[in-house]
Design a protein around this ligand. Structure first.
Ligand code: AQP
Length: 327
């Protein structure tokens, strides 16, 4: 029987393919920070995954450091959770090979995230195609029970369960079965074009960066051309959805009532989004400036995190190697 008092192993990662955006925060990062309180959180910067996109060595190194600064500034607490860089745990890449051998091609061919990228003309390599198996290794290497993610990653967690299930079936119970944890209200945050906000779709609103520039990006969010006086439905409207990420229940109700009355311009909603979002991230912005002055601390956090993560992953890798006859 599961021990209800035992903290759960929570694991998730973020790719250093650019600066984190509102979708990353409300879909995933906010969960990392909430879940670190009662659980054993393992959070990593997925630089091996980013290699399929970033082909500039200095850029990749800088992005990793930037994401570490971002996560710490947003409230990830190294005294409560383990923060590390994916490639600092080579056991994961070794486990990936063990899992790749035994993963049916069809399972990966059905992955929507891969198909959507290819459909949008984003060049694909074998790394992108096999990405869900490396992700499975990331999850299984730490005996992870809960994986906080946005809706776009749910299929990949299913792939992980499938791959782990096959291995357990063939070689005996080896891997812990993980579960995705998705928030209902921010599972798929819309971008400036109303599609899923995504770094590779060029429709993001960043968490950090120049306030004036972000304000301009907000003012350029696409809207429809219905007359101002028309009443409008707030549900399903991406501007209303973005406003709802930041506003409290009272403000959301007021905004919904304004939509239903009509007689307002979308510019008013955009201005409200800019004001609410600036206030929401103000403390994190200030913390980030302080952390930038203390990079030694950031490197020390990543090093301690890597040591802790490697310890766990080495044990799981050995278990898998013994199960399938490599050891
Ligand atoms: N729009 C979104 N709404 C809710 N959650 C989201 N996530 C990403 N976009 C949204 C969640 O953020 C976490 C980290 O994402 P990632 O950087 O590892 O990769 P991603 O999902 O592929 O994010 P992007 O921006 O779409 O990156 P690219 O374009 O480089 O692939 C994940 O938990 C994800 O679900």
């Amino acid at each position: 029987m599961a021990d209800a008092a035992k903290p759960k192993r929570v694991l998730s990662g973020i790719q250093p393919t650019g600066r984190p955006h509102w979708g990353n925060y409300f879909g995933a990062i906010r969960q990392y920070i909430d879940l670190q309180e009662q659980n054993d959180g393992f959070y990593f910067i997925a630089n091996l995954h980013a290699l399929t996109t970033i082909r500039d060595a200095d850029q990749l190194r800088q992005n990793v450091l930037d994401i570490a600064l971002d996560l710490l500034a947003l409230g990830l607490d190294p005294d409560k959770a383990t923060l590390f860089v994916q490639s600092d745990v080579p056991e994961v890449s070794e486990l990936c090979w063990v899992l790749l051998s035994g993963t049916p091609m069809g399972l990966l061919q059905r992955c929507v995230a891969y198909k959507e990228k290819v459909d949008k003309g984003i060049p694909a390599d074998a790394g992108l195609f096999t990405y869900p198996v490396l992700q499975a290794a990331d999850i299984l290497a730490y005996d992870s029970e809960l994986v906080p993610v946005g809706a776009d990653q749910v299929q990949h967690i299913e792939v992980c369960r499938d791959v782990a299930g096959r291995f357990n079936h063939q070689f005996g119970d080896t891997f812990v079965m993980p579960k995705a944890n998705v928030l209902d209200d921010s599972a798929k945050v819309p971008g400036t074009d109303g599609e899923k906000m995504s770094k590779s779709y060029d429709n993001v609103l960043p968490l950090f960066g120049e306030v004036k520039k972000i304000r301009k990006q907000i003012m350029r969010i696409t809207t429809d051309s219905r007359p101002m006086e028309d009443p409008k439905q707030p549900q399903g409207d991406h501007l209303y959805d973005l406003y709802s990420l930041f506003a409290d229940a009272g403000k959301r109700e007021e905004m919904a009532a304004m939509y239903l009355r009509g007689g307002f311009g979308y510019g008013e909603v955009k201005k409200a989004i800019a004001e609410e979002s600036e206030a929401y991230f103000a403390d994190a912005r200030a913390r980030r400036v302080d952390l930038e002055q203390n990079l030694d601390h950031v490197h020390a956090v990543l090093q301690a995190g890597a040591e802790r993560a490697r310890n766990v992953a080495a044990g799981v890798l050995l278990r898998a190697q013994q199960a399938c006859g490599l050891k």
